[in-house]
Design a protein around this ligand. Structure first.
Ligand code: SAH
Length: 215
């Protein structure tokens, strides 16, 4: 058996070998223990670079993809960030190390409640996790400096684009569900939107409305 410390070293090594070079992002990934965000059968696979099932039929993303998305978002220390798709809370926890304030929403109340209790146990106090349909954004808290979607939509949702500050960045998987999607970075400028296609990814779909148990 290899020790927890060795597994974490290997974890960081595998991120570097997949092209994650940004120091701030690697530091954040080192600080946040992915094992805390995975419960049950898959707990012992927390330090593998692979997506894993979580509750409500959802998945915690692959760590190297979390890292690349975080890198693409280019989060600054004073930023207010919106994440759509709390899931396990892992991505939000990474963002919480890099920005001033994180809002994260999920359509499944069960996931939001579980994530909140981990944030509390881990002493993370700059994340607000809410049960909401993220395709509408969070108008009360807008505008945001950065917006990250961790569920795929066919087009960037209009309300989210309008809740992004000028100079802001949005990163999201674009494409139909169950096919290969493209990770896109959108920069909002004074004159419009710049699109950059980053790579192929595969995410669960962005669904409308709240999960059944909440409606
Ligand atoms: N970021 C997560 C992984 C998210 S998986 C992590 O770090 O673990 C995608 C999540 O998006 C799922 O939990 C799903 O419930 C959520 N989701 C899908 N459509 C949504 C919507 N319209 N609003 C909010 N959350 C949504």
């Amino acid at each position: 058996m290899i020790s927890a410390a060795e597994r974490k070293m290997q974890f960081l090594f595998s991120l570097r070998s997949r092209g994650v070079t940004n120091k701030r992002v690697l530091n954040a990934m080192e600080k946040v223990d992915r094992g805390k965000y995975i419960r049950g059968t898959f707990e012992d696979r927390a330090y593998e670079d692979t997506p894993l099932p979580i509750a409500c039929g959802q998945t915690i993303s692959q760590p190297s993809i979390v890292a690349l998305m975080t890198e693409a978002l280019d989060v600054q220390p004073r930023d207010k960030v919106l994440e759509i798709g709390t899931g396990s809370g892992y991505q939000a926890a990474i963002l919480s190390q890099l920005a001033r304030r994180i809002y994260t929403v999920d359509r499944h109340g069960r996931l939001v409640r579980a994530a909140r209790s981990i944030f509390e146990a881990e002493d993370i106090s700059n994340i607000t996790a809410l049960i909401a349909d993220g395709s509408r954004g969070l108008p009360d808290q807008a505008p945001f400096d950065r917006i990250l979607l961790t569920a795929a939509s066919e087009d960037p949702p209009g309300p989210l684009l309008s809740q992004l500050r000028v100079g802001g960045i949005m990163v999201l998987p674009v494409g139909q569900s169950n096919t290969v999607q493209t990770l896109v970075k959108i920069v909002k400028t004074e004159t419009g939107l710049e699109y950059h296609e980053l790579r192929s990814v595969r995410f669960v779909p962005l669904l409308e409305g709240l999960g059944k148990e909440n409606s």
